[in-house]
Each structure stands twice: as structure tokens, then as C-alpha cells.
Design a binder for this molecule. Structure first.
Ligand SMILES: Nc1ncnc2c1ncn2[C@@H]1O[C@H](COP(=O)(O)OP(=O)(O)OP(=O)(O)O)[C@@H](O)[C@H]1O
Ligand SMILES: [Mg+2]
Length: 365
């Protein structure tokens, strides 16, 4: 087992005018489950492939434990990779698929059998060992792909969207299995997904990338509670955080009838901006009776009922302009379409960002 370090690692594809991964700095601890997340094209797969040795590193370095692997071929890095398209060999049985890498490496038959059986037990595949992949369900095939990686007992697991071929329900159960398995095996894992829910539920820590640049690396809790900038605030959380640009007033900002206080020193980050962007998560609105001075009136356009609670998609007027807001409401107090509800942001659950640079401006409590 080993730690993994990206040290200002940069990848510029031939002919490209900017890096696909730009000076990535990331320290992944021994045994950690780190999730790389971000929108399509942000550089997740490239980052992973650089660690795997499948992509050149044009600047900076990559280390596994104390070893500088920047220029080592993939086979010398002691890693195992599970891809989105895990392509099992159709003519081989599950056991042969799982043991194939060991066979190539010249491991003897009985040892291969032992390792494959161990992995099959962990993955609940024992009864399928003699089947061909076409006689398996999507989830079972996915577990065979995991098994291929496990039998090699690598120092690091790399996984690139391994669940994207599975249907929604299977994805949820398999992600729990993978996270549980990783914790049991304790093998350092770098896991790529574009799905922020997957990232938050699986990772010890989550790293958010945008345009090849690392935005924030943090525990799921901190990422959710203290997004470092507007991009992370909008990307992490579903439905997304409400982000509203509001004018700066003396000592703070005004959101509907409520003033969110910001200390003078924190406002320095806003520079010469005349506005800041206030962020409120859908669950951080309190519904108040009509007629109160503080509330903003939200006209309900669409209601999404989820049983335990519901999401109201509505419109309000802030600073004279129409603005869409999403508000979580209790499951038994769902308003009707066309109704107007009044909400206030819950104190100390509001986020403030510089509109220009997007950086978080801490709010005084
Ligand atoms: N072989 C290549 N040659 C040139 N450009 C590439 C190559 N592979 C990827 N890119 C570019 O590098 C950027 C990052 O691509 P990458 O595949 O790492 O994104 P990603 O975050 O994995 O996206 P997705 O979620 O769609 O898989 C993209 O702009 C992409 O077009
Ligand atoms: Mg990708």
C-alpha cells in the first residue's frame, strides 16, 4: 500500500493550446479513497491516466509512496485500473477473466486459483466462476472487472466511472459495495466520476476539477458546508445551491428583507465589486407566515414530491428582477402550483462569494 502525490503535474496534449490538467497538486494518503469529480472535459480521466502511466506528464511529477513514477511504464507502477468500459474477454470464464493478469505475469496455476477464489468470495461471485460474461447481469460483470483488479493486490486502485454502465438502482447498491470493499482492503484508491452524489457518498475526500484546474479538495462534509468558490458551490449539492447576485449595503448584503452581515475584512475579497453573490441551499430556507417583513415571496411553479420532503421550484423578485429559487419543504406541507410561499434564509447557513473572482467570503456568525 502507498500514498500518491501529484506534484504540479501538468498534461498538455500535442497541438492543444492549454493544459488539460494544469499544475495539479494532490496528496492522497495511504489507504484513502479519493474521488476526482467535475463536469465533462475537466481533466478527470487525464489525471487518472497520468497516474496510470497511460498519458505523458509534461511538467511536474507523480509519486507513489517514495517512488517517483513520472516516467515509469504502466506495468512498473503497481496499480490496477477499472474502466468505464471494462470489456471482459467474452470467450473466457469469470475465473479466467479474473486470473488473466496473473497468468500473463507467470504466476502458477494453483496460486491463481487461490487468489481468484478469494476475490470471488469477497465479491460474491463464487457461484459464477465457471460462467461466461454474457451469462451475467451488468452488476455481476462490473464485479468481475473489480475482481480482475483485486487479484493483483496492487498498491493503488484507479477507477474511471466504473458504474456508468449500470442502471440507477444498481449504481446505488454497487457504489456502497465498492466503498465498503475499498475500506476492507485498505488499498489507496483514486476514483473518477462526474456524479457529485457518487463523489460525496463514496469518498474520504473529494477533489473538484474545472478546466484542468483543481478547485478544492476536502471531506464531503466540508465541501458541502464550505465550498471554496462559486463553481464548487454550484456543482456540489442536488438540487444546486441557489446563487443570487445582490448589491452590497453597509456592513453586509441584503437578501429580500434580511441582511446577511459580513465583516469588513472579509469584504476585502470582494475588491471593487458592487455586488456579491449570496448562496442558500434549498434546505436552508425557513418558511414564514405571509406578511412578515423579512420573507421573500416565492411563486410556486413546479413541485417535486419525494415523500419525505419536496422541492419547490419557484420565482421571486430580488432587486426588481425575477429570480428562480429552489426551496425544500417538509413532505406533509407541500404547497400547490401557483401558490405563494414566504421564505427567509436560515441564519449562519448562508454563503457569500465575490461575484467577480468567485471566491468565498466568510460570513461572520
Ligand atoms: N488524446 C487527446 N488528445 C487531445 N485532447 C484530449 C485527449 N484526451 C482528452 N483531451 C482533452 O482534454 C480535456 C480533458 O479530457 P478528459 O478526458 O480528461 O476529461 P474528463 O473530465 O474525463 O471528461 P468526461 O467526464 O467527459 O469523461 C478535454 O478538453 C479533452 O477534449
Ligand atoms: Mg473521462
Amino acid at each position: 500500500m502507498a500514498s500518491v502525490t501529484y506534484d504540479k503535474a501538468t498534461r498538455i496534449y500535442p497541438g492543444a493550446d492549454k493544459p488539460s490538467v494544469n499544475a495539479l497538486d494532490l496528496d492522497i494518503a495511504d489507504g484513502e479513497f479519493l474521488v476526482l469529480v467535475g463536469p465533462s472535459g475537466c481533466g478527470k480521466s487525464t489525471s487518472l491516466r497520468m497516474l496510470a502511466g497511460l498519458e505523458d506528464v509534461n511538467d511536474g511529477a507523480i509519486r507513489i509512496g517514495d517512488r517517483d513514477v513520472t516516467h515509469l511504464p504502466p506495468k512498473d507502477r503497481d496499480i490496477a485500473m477499472v474502466f468505464q468500459n471494462y470489456a471482459l474477454y467474452p470467450h473466457m470464464t469469470v475465473a479466467e477473466n479474473m486470473g488473466f493478469a496473473l497468468k500473463i505475469a507467470g504466476v502458477n496455476k494453483s496460486e491463481i486459483r487461490t487468489k481468484v477464489e478469494e476475490a470471488a468470495k469477497i465479491l460474491d461471485l463464487t457461484e459464477y466462476l465457471d460462467r461466461k460474461p454474457k451469462a451475467l447481469s451488468g452488476g455481476q460483470r462490473q464485479r468481475v472487472a473489480m475482481g480482475r483488479a483485486i487479484v493483483r493486490q496492487p498498491q493503488v486502485f484507479l477507477m474511471d466511472e466504473p458504474l456508468s454502465n449500470l442502471d440507477a438502482k444498481l449504481r446505488v447498491s454497487t457504489r456502497t459495495q465498492i466503498a465498503g470493499l475499498q475500506r476492507r482492503l485498505g488499498i489507496t484508491t483514486v476514483y473518477v466520476t462526474h456524479d457529485q452524489t457518487e463523489a460525496l457518498t463514496m469518498g474520504d475526500r473529494v477533489a473538484v476539477l474545472k478546466d484542468g484546474v483543481l478547485q478544492q479538495v476536502d471531506t464531503p462534509r466540508n465541501m458541502y458546508d464550505k465550498p471554496a468558490n462559486l463553481f464548487v458551490a454550484g456543482f456540489i449539492g442536488s438540487p444546486a445551491m441557489n446563487l443570487v447576485e445582490v448589491p452590497l449595503v453597509d456592513g453586509g448584503v441584503k437578501f429580500g428583507g434580511s441582511v446577511v452581515n459580513i465583516s469588513r475584512e472579509n469584504l476585502v475579497g470582494a475588491g471593487s465589486d458592487k455586488t456579491v453573490t449570496v448562496g442558500v441551499r434549498p434546505e436552508h430556507f425557513q418558511i414564514v407566515p405571509a406578511g412578515g417583513i423579512e420573507g421573500v415571496a416565492v411563486t410556486v411553479n413546479v413541485v417535486e414530491e419525494l415523500g419525505s420532503d419536496g422541492f419547490v421550484y419557484g420565482t421571486t423578485k430580488i432587486g426588481g428582477e425575477d429570480k428562480d429559487l429552489v426551496v425544500r419543504v417538509p413532505g406533509r406541507q407541500i404547497p400547490a402550483r401557483g401558490e405563494t410561499i414566504h421564505v427567509v434564509p436560515i441564519a449562519n447557513e448562508t454563503h457569500v462569494f465575490a461575484t467577480g473572482s468567485g471566491v468565498r467570503l466568510s460570513v461572520c456568525d
